[in-house]
Design a protein around this ligand. Sequence first.
Ligand code: UT7
Length: 334
Amino acid sequence: MSKTYASFISIGAYVPKKVLTNQMLEKMVDTTDEWIKKRTGIETRHIAESDEYTSDMGYEAGKLAIERSGLSIDDIDLVLCATVTPDYFNMPSTACIISDKLGIKNVQAFDISAACSGFVYLLSIAKAFIESGMKKNILIIGSEKFSSIVDYTDRGTCILFGDGAGAAIISATEDKTKAMIDIHASADGSYSDFLVTPAPGSVNPVSQKVIDKGLNFVKMKGNETFKLAVKTLTKDVKHILEKNNIASKDILHFIPHQANYRIIKAVGDALKFNEEQVVVTVHKYGNTSAASIPMAINDIYESGRLKYGELMLLDTFGGGLTWASALVIFAGKK
Ligand code: UT7
């Protein structure tokens, strides 16, 4: 019997219209455009409307990914959403809401929480479901309304994050040349205090104390996270390349998580990637957590830079702490 492989067959994304510039942030907190650009590379980020939710952005990105795959709604047999800013904490899952908005009925749907690593984690889950023969066409979505957990009086975090969504279809194939090559996903919970949203949850259920202390906002040990991100991402990429006997020069598109240009540059240089190989979108979208990698893939797809059969190296790092890398052939329409 021939083997079944998982193939990355389409990409889509959604960027909210409203733009938050560094100049606007200068009026909100004690910061400057110069500091933000120099320390992060970020110039703008997009922010969802107050009545535009994580599921709405995920729906738009998912719809585009389905259209571009050439499949119909009825072909989708699993819907997965990675988010740390779900429509509702706990239930229902954002994946269920997106499925309903797309008109996908009676299909398994669930969310995962792996922060910025969420999309690459989903690739590993989709690969396993497909290779086991359980599913054939999986819609995976990374969607974040990060502005809903950002404290716009905290200059250490509010300058970094933006909103948006990205989605892809992962399908079964027997053609090995279209297969995703390898995915590594890992975590270390001993660093869980580096990036945390203390409430709401079983530790801090909603209370007056939660509101008064702003425990519903994301807290980050920025500098510690920065240093560990550079070290971990570099090590992880070296490992996946060596394991698969692939050299840096064979990677057409290195697509790292878009958290800070200095992290991207340090990792890119350590791995000897040149500027043409490294995909950068952090200057315009900021850090969109689980949406960052699919939004970046969509950018190079829409600009004509990403073509059928090309090799992408994805690499990500985030709260948990979690990290993941993936070697993926883009098998979208020619
Ligand atoms: O997506 C998940 C993973 N997340 C990340 O990878 C984020 C990683 N961290 C970062 O991107 C950076 O650590 C930051 C951009 C958050 C901060 O940059 P940094 O170079 O690590 O600065 P720092 O935290 O060491 O702070 C240096 C100085 C401090 O002032 P003092 O103590 O030296 O007087 C900060 O208070 O910069 C100050 N500072 C700011 N100044 C102007 C911090 N934020 C700002 C700001 N504007 N927005």
